[in-house]
Design a protein. Sequence first.
Length: 682
Amino acid sequence: MLSLAPAATAVAAPTQLEIHRLGGSVFLLCWTLDAAPFGKPTITLAGGGRRLAAASVLLGLRDGRERLAVAFRASGHESIVATLSDHGPQGDVTAAFDPGLVHGLADPVALLQELTPQARLTLANALVGAWPSLFGLAAIPNYLSFLRQLLLALTPKPVAIQPAASLVEGRWLCETAVPGDFTALRSAARLDSAGLTRLDLASRVGAPDRGGKRELHLVLDAPPVRGGLLILQAERSLVVRSLPVRQAAPSLGRWWAGKAASRDGLRNWVVEQLSGLSERGRLLAVEMQRRVPLAVQHVRRNDDLPAAELDLAVCNRAGLLIGGWLRDPDDLLDEVLLHRGSGEPIAMLAGLQRFPVRLPSGTEGETRPATGFAAFASDYASGAPVLQPRCEIKLRSGTTLTLRPPVQPADAATIRARALTAIPPQYLTAAMIETTLAPILAACQEDLRENRADPVVTTFGRAPARPRASVVIPLYRVYDFLRVQVAAFAGDPWFVENAELVYVLDSPEHEAEVAHLLGGLHLAYGLPMQLVQRLDIAHPLYNPRGSLPGIEVRFGFANGSFDFITMTSVATHLPPDELVVYLQEASRLLAPGGRLFLTAFAIDGSATGQERLSFKRWQDGPGWYAIDEAPLAAAGIDSSFLLEQATQAGLAVEVLRPGHWRGISAAHYQDLLIATKPGGRA
């Protein structure tokens, strides 16, 4: 039953009203009318003395008229009154109807017949997107049947989406071609016998090809046996693809060697997706990039035309740090663009740190000036290990220099070591550290701290329960002396009864060899001993892959365990903050009356003019360096700072003697500090 009448003071306008059942107790009211010149028409529904919840879309018809489609839920046989308002002078129009008399499902073809292409898209988006969740349609069988017929009416023979490669965790990389107006995936859903399911899909839409099509890549769960339809919605486009039944997908290696071999944007996006799936995915992404590296790109010239090279591009959870050099004699630099897996490139010029460098320009050691640069892009690639990002130098002349580095490291220790050399220390400022280096270094420290391993200790025999002396000897690559040394210790009765012997291995790759040697010496002489695989203390020069930051060092011995500690050529390779930690540890480990023997380059402001090393101050702090390329190869320290920190650590300094590195006569090369732990016997 349906009746149409104007409101009490209104004159009826030409209209056409239809009721369709979508599924269950959900209906679609379609009210067709001439285009309203006074504003967008609206419909309100009332039944049983209350207003009904409804959702509507306005659809254009090919003949210029409009159709207002309203979805609503009605239960039982009750009269519903619809009130149409087009905001015109004729007033509102009302219609009364009983939806319980509508039994058959809506005809998808009839619904679409008079609609414009844009109106078809609008209706389909509502039927797939908001309405199923609003009215609980996603699992109603007759609605699913209706929706499938409507989608097939829009796309009679949907193309099957093809698996391009098998990823990890049961995921597929799939690809398909979409229309040119499909610029970004807004939402996605799967329609099958189980229902209409919303999907949260990672996607990448490529640039239009010559035919106007775009390539769409998706990361999907491996399709179920039942197949179904994949519905992809964009702002101005809707694409329907059939899901194949479960089948074998090509290997990622094959796809990577083909399509990803030259398309850095696409492969970087896949790297992001793999890393986001699991740690296994991240490792696979690293492997693929190393297995099929991209060609290195740089511009090197010996004339005065612009040239540039990108030799640093390390990435972790904080972002991406890039570095390199640029020759731009005519000051043509306009912008530095860093490309990503998807989206617009990142403009880096505003954050570019610059400093002077010199480049070799001939075979006879000649050099020429250039500008070194470093910059940091936060949250690049969501922390995925992109090992060869592409960078472009844009010049005001219109020229573009394309740069791509060699394959970069992916482990935290090497990334940290490379980051520490990004800017030469003589040009490093506090602002550079804070904005460019600190974020990526902090993330490296977090990674290393999470993965730090406990020291490995191998014991040969049983040492004295309460040793009166502990002899700790570092081992570094040379082991021939061990036979003579162990024999000498074993021949000393006091040593055998009262001392413990600990060897600390500084070359973990030699652990098996050294353990075999010490085991044999123990069998030969019966002397107990321990082999400790050293603390993996990080050092940018000597152990760049180390997992333990120097400022977190704590040696695994009890307080007051030693009477004598020597630090020979240790302080000369430490930055000031780490030297402070070592002094504190030495004080903790020394027993009252114990002594520290430490060598250093203690800078006191005096000069002889005959110094064998020329030190420069590190920024404004107490540290000094002598070698630009490797500051910690010969590190100096303010003598006042050294004395102050030794005192604050709880040590009483007896003497600080200058060494003959200064060009003076002395018995030792480095400066010598001797300090005592107070409290011993007088």
